[in-house]
Design a protein around this ligand. Structure first.
Ligand code: ZN
Ligand code: ZN
Length: 236
């Protein structure tokens, strides 16, 4: 199953122009099997997500991209947002209580974004130094492909995931329709709800596909049920 784990809609993320129904339409057109709305420090009501799922006969899941003192984390398993989640320590405690997970999202952008900017990774950051970021003492799942990342940021993330043996997943970080499905995660097993998603990410039965996956998929072994689509990978 191909799922885009990281999408922002204009419904709850002021920085996004993406209509949620449009996101579903584009995801279907790109032959994805599901998408996750992970809004900035906000979450969809469960009933609304269930409604979208039923009306469009398409897997829509919800999470929160939490801004913390150690960067952004895409999380699944929480029911609501509280300001104290800004502290990563508190976020991880809450996730542990809720049996949820945190994915380190684009962790190598310039730390300026913690102060409201949106900088890029320092060109001199070496993989061995990137591996020493404190967050990797606690978070073992890394978004190796983010559709908003530069090539260098994605390459660095792949390298760090290999060196630290992290679970490597991917998401588009879409804020506009065209960006939906730019990076996706391929799962071995069927996923019908957030609990199954959490389980499959935590066990690492997945593969991250980077930008261009739709062009590169042909000819690759059908390990994850994606053969025959027009679609690329974290091992390249
Ligand atoms: Zn982010
Ligand atoms: Zn995001």
């Amino acid at each position: 199953m191909l799922i885009d784990l990281h999408i922002h809609t204009r419904t709850f993320s002021p920085c996004s122009v993406l209509d949620p129904v449009e996101a579903i339409r584009v995801a279907k057109a790109k032959r994805l099997d599901g998408i996750c709305f992970v809004e900035h420090d906000a979450i969809w009501e469960e009933a609304e997500i269930r409604h979208l799922r039923a009306v469009h006969d398409f897997l829509v899941l919800r999470g929160i991209e939490v801004s913390t003192d150690h960067g952004h984390f895409v999380t699944f398993g929480l029911d609501g947002y509280e300001d104290e989640l800004y502290r990563l320590e508190r976020l991880l405690e809450r996730l542990q209580e809720a049996k949820g997970i945190a994915i380190a999202a684009h962790p190598f952008r310039d730390p300026h974004y913690l102060r409201g900017g949106y900088g890029m990774v320092g060109p001199t950051l070496r993989p061995e130094d990137a591996c020493r970021r404190r967050l990797f003492q606690w978070v073992k799942i890394l978004e190796v492909y983010n559709g908003q990342n530069t090539l260098r940021e994605n390459q660095l993330s792949v390298e760090v995931s290999h060196q630290l043996r992290l679970v490597a997943c991917a998401g588009s970080d879409a804020h506009t329709p065209i960006e939906v499905g730019r990076c996706v995660t391929a799962f071995q097993r069927p996923i019908r709800n957030e609990r199954e998603l959490i389980q499959e990410i935590a066990t690492g039965r997945l593969k991250a596909w980077g930008p261009g996956w739709q062009l590169r998929l042909e000819g690759l072994p059908d390990l994850y049920g994606v053969q025959g689509r027009t679609g690329g990978s974290s091992d390249e």
